[in-house]
Ligand binder design. Structure first.
Ligand SMILES: [Zn+2]
Length: 414
């Protein structure tokens, strides 16, 4: 037999094997996840025994096992008895502390930290609401160049405070203060020029453990006008009702926390209506309050009241239809576990669909990614999370992550 004929036989034989045994000669570029319950969006009924086909960095097809034809050369991943959602966003994190130190370090250490803090909990996207801009930009670059696995990062830069309002709890660090309308505009423009995607303000800031310093409304207006003229969003750390009111009335887009402090009396429930009228979104950070007040050595009954107040604020906001964006303050808070945040959101009356929306469709909409992110849908970016337990039965299941996939690559696997 001549060599040509031998080759021809071999090709025919290989072709036969490939077409008769899917997955044996798998195409690395195509992965098919079979057997899971798929939460394609918070508003749709999940697909039982579903199939998701990922090709490259995109979702190629989604449907039930009866509807979807599995490509012959695809890599098959059996995810029976598991649950698939779109990739999550955490809208309040900090690339400070250990991450900041690791920004220039070897990739293994940085990769492990990014995995432990974000990918392991399903986060494919994060909003950094305060860090050293240059360090976070470096981490962002190393992730985008595929040197390390990590989430997408949007940076809310600046961390501007009112005069005398640099937070006492981050001393000796002193944050830049707004002194006038024109200086505030200049500082905001500078932060955006340096690479920030959004702006962070402390509209109400704990200058001392006894006092919240409220930002001058004109300075807030200068910042929001400048940021909006450049298409950038403004986040505010409000602390109490006064810090919240000036933020809403002067164009802030997102409150980075609930505002449970009641040093000056009961919180102002009318602020919820005001948030609604001005389309201001809220990041609950409910788990943070207990963590923070314990560190301050406050008695358990006080801690319970503060936590309950924050839960009440989320409850009213959610009933009113205010956009809620999931966020934990991890990076400032060392504990990265998200399950307690899910339980507290549930305690605030949020069902699993609303919690899923706060991590997927709501951030996609607020940050301008609705055409590409937030859904398990054909032609969308292949950012998905695979869970071991059912969030319909217990919302803490959103923390029971088995795999995180970003841009079609498995970036975390338990
Ligand atoms: Zn924070």
């Amino acid at each position: 037999m001549g060599i040509k004929i031998l080759l021809k036989h071999l090709v025919v034989l290989l072709g036969f094997v490939m077409f008769s045994a899917p997955g044996l000669f798998a195409n690395e570029n195509t992965k098919t996840f079979v057997g899971a319950t798929i939460f394609i969006s918070p508003d749709h009924e999940p697909i039982e025994n579903g199939v998701v086909i990922i090709e490259g960095s995109k979702i190629k097809q989604v449907g039930s096992a009866e509807q979807v034809k599995i490509p012959q050369d695809s890599q098959i991943v059996d995810v029976s008895n598991q649950y698939i959602t779109a990739g999550y966003w955490n809208s309040h994190v900090h690339y400070t502390g250990v991450l900041q130190k690791a920004a220039k370090e070897d990739k293994e250490n940085l990769g492990n930290l990014l995995s432990d803090m974000f990918l392991r909990w399903g986060f494919v996207g994060t909003v950094d609401t305060g860090s050293w801009l240059k360090k976070t930009l470096l981490i962002k670059k190393r992730i985008s160049q595929n040197e390390v696995n990590g989430p997408q990062i949007l940076i809310a830069g600046g961390s501007f405070v009112p005069e005398g309002g640099s937070p006492y709890y981050i001393k000796p660090i002193r944050l830049p203060a707004f002194k006038s309308f024109s200086q505030a505009k200049k500082l905001v423009a500078g932060a955006l020029d340096d690479g920030a995607d959004a702006i962070k303000l402390f509209t109400g800031s704990w200058g001392t453990p006894q006092k919240v310093v409220v930002m001058n409304p004109q300075h807030i207006l200068a910042a929001t006008e400048q940021a909006h003229s450049r298409g950038a969003l403004v986040f505010a750390h409000p602390s109490d009702s006064d810090g919240t009111r000036v933020a809403i009335e002067n164009g802030v887009d997102i409150l980075a926390h609930t505002f449970p402090s009641q040093l000056k009396g009961p919180w102002d429930e009318r602020l919820i209506e005001l948030m609604h009228q001005n389309d201001v979104a809220l990041v609950p950070t409910l788990k943070l309050w207990r963590y923070e007040l314990k560190r301050e050595g406050l008695p358990p009954d006080v801690i319970n009241i503060v936590e309950q107040t924050a839960v009440e604020q989320v409850k009213l906001a959610n009933q009113k239809g205010i956009t809620i964006l999931f966020g934990t303050d991890v990076g400032y808070m060392s504990d990265a576990d998200t399950s307690e945040e899910f339980r507290l959101m549930h305690k605030a009356g949020m069902n699993y669909k609303e919690i899923l929306a706060s991590m997927t469709t709501s951030p996609a909409s607020r940050y301008g990614f609705t055409e590409t992110n937030g859904l398990v849908k054909e032609n969308y970016i292949a950012d998905i999370v695979i869970l071991n337990s059912d969030p319909r039965e217990n919302v803490a299941a959103f923390a029971d992550v088995d795999k995180t996939i970003r841009n079609g690559e498995i970036v975390y696997q338990r």
